[in-house]
Design a protein around this ligand. Structure first.
Ligand code: ADE
Length: 256
């Protein structure tokens, strides 16, 4: 388990919010009045999009991984999110990373559609390497930066997150997600945690449940339920992100 980054004793100034999908990004961009950065801090040719603005005392960048240059769909998943997070940290030197996004939830663990969770731990469920020690490297378990005051003040639920590069879930995935003790699953969190840990930037993860993955919560397949709930859940997610940013304003990371 990695040590927590040593927090500076000055108020947080620079925040980078990392999101995978445009539908997750735009409600936050609009709610806190960010605008697209005319001078991208990223190398020419990459699809990553940077929005910027000030909110109270905070300098906020939101990085959306953009669309796949060939297929035009959102660049979801671990590769794009890790690369964009790395580039954003290098270019923008944030005091804090916030990964905000949607997630599948396990109703057996108490998740319901619309729930918003702060993540305590991230791990991968689709990196199976049955060789001693490489097995642990594959699972890549990391603690999120702890925010007990934020969780208490905003009355947020906490959950463990499991990350994989597939949206569907095989039986083997399900048992490995259970081994990670996860309540929510996504396609980015543990990859962002890996990069933040490498570069010693505190990272927190806010996940909003769009669909239930252990049995149907409606009569619809998981992907349909995801698409049906996406707009309402991302609107709720953006409200939670604004509340979290309000709480963060004026505080040091050690006060979160
Ligand atoms: N994001 C939203 N729903 C998801 C799911 N079922 N699996 C992975 N990521 C998700």
């Amino acid at each position: 388990m990695a040590a927590q980054p040593k927090p500076p004793k000055r108020p947080i100034c620079n925040i980078v919010i990392v999101v995978a999908m445009q539908t997750e990004a735009l409600p936050v961009v609009n709610r806190i009045h960010l605008t697209q950065d005319p001078h991208s801090p990223f190398p020419r040719g990459v699809p990553w999009v940077c929005y910027h603005g000030t909110y109270k005392d905070l300098n906020i960048h939101l990085v959306w991984a953009g669309t796949d240059p060939t297929l035009g769909v959102d660049s979801i998943g671990t590769i794009s999110s890790a690369l964009a997070t790395y580039a954003a940290i290098q270019a923008l030197q944030p005091d804090l990373i916030i990964n905000a996004g949607t997630a599948g939830g396990f109703k057996a663990k108490g998740a319901s559609v619309g729930d918003i969770f702060v993540v305590s731990d991230c791990a991968f469920h689709d990196r199976r390497i049955p060789i001693p020690v490489f097995d642990l490297y594959g699972v890549g378990s990391r603690k999120a930066f702890e925010t007990p005051n934020l969780v208490k003040e905003l009355n947020l639920k906490m959950a463990k997150l499991s990350t994989g590069d597939s949206f569907d879930m095989t039986q083997q995935d399900e048992s490995l997600i259970n081994a990670n003790d996860a309540t929510v699953v996504d396609m980015e969190g543990a990859a962002i945690a890996y990069v933040a840990d490498l570069l010693k930037v505190p990272a927190i993860f806010i996940k909003a449940v769009t669909n239930i993955v252990d049995g149907e919560s409606s009569d619809k397949p998981v992907a349909e339920e995801f698409l049906q709930n996406l707009a309402a859940v991302t609107a709720a997610l953006s409200l939670a992100v604004e509340q979290i940013i309000n709480f963060i304003n004026g505080k040091c990371v050690s006060e979160l």
